[in-house]
Design a protein around this ligand. Sequence first.
Ligand code: ATP
Ligand code: MG
Length: 279
Amino acid sequence: MLRTDPASVRTGAVHPEIRLEGISLVYEAGGSTVLALEDLDCRFAAGKVTAIIGPSGCGKSTMLQITRGFMQASRGTLSFIGPDGQPMPHPPRMATVWQSFNLFPWRTVEDNVAFGLEMAGVAAAERRARAHEALRLVDLAGFERKYPGQLSGGMRQRVGMARALVMDPDVLLLDEPFGALDAQTRLVLQEQLAAMVDRTGKTVLLITHSIEEAVLLADTVYVLTARPGRVAAEVVIDLPKPRSVASTHDPRYAGYFERIYALLKSEVLRSMHGEPGGA
Ligand SMILES: Nc1ncnc2c1ncn2[C@@H]1O[C@H](COP(=O)(O)OP(=O)(O)OP(=O)(O)O)[C@@H](O)[C@H]1O
Ligand SMILES: [Mg+2]
């Protein structure tokens, strides 16, 4: 799956802290408006995994789009803080695994993975070599010439992951990256992702619906309110690393799980009943 050989560590990488301060986002469509995020404050620590969990429709993907720079917040500021504690003059290298992994059906697996490199003007031979390496990292060596339609959902999701890893980003933005995987593959990939992050120190933002995944992978978990999304709670996960399935047997694991579950349950109920803030 996500192999973790040292050869893939890029030197000179800068892993920033990301700050969202007072972020609000209003969608305007067909004369009506939707307040998706309201006064959201989050920090994604440098070289750490921050998980975001919250009811469906609370604005998680919207928050990722804003962080990625694909969408402008209606209010508030987004900043990237470098190792010197100062705002970076340019956004860092970011790559995203989107919720719907958006593969091009007419391109081969290899050409899907190499797409970002092609856009960046990387020469064909290097593109090919890097795409093959990224596919090897997600255990898909040998599938280079296949088309997405010839793969299972889980394999397509791993192509999506390879497409992000191939860019060797400083910031990895993951929108439910393991949602379409079977439970066993998901566990293995989660462990491998945890190891890769520990080793490379990338700043990772992980959106997930899974409390287990959030506690297993994250250093900090933000629980968001029902829409409009705001921070309901920030939970620091102080479990030893490296984490693995064995971490779920740590007595503290159950405590984190229950705390996040209780927070999430009240927000989900609020969104289902359309109470104020959840409408
Ligand atoms: N382009 C759009 N125009 C209008 N409303 C939108 C648009 N995109 C999203 N929304 C609304 O904004 C809210 C937040 O959407 P978003 O996709 O960020 O939620 P989410 O937390 O990622 O949900 P899920 O957990 O289901 O993926 C939702 O209520 C959604 O209906
Ligand atoms: Mg979403």
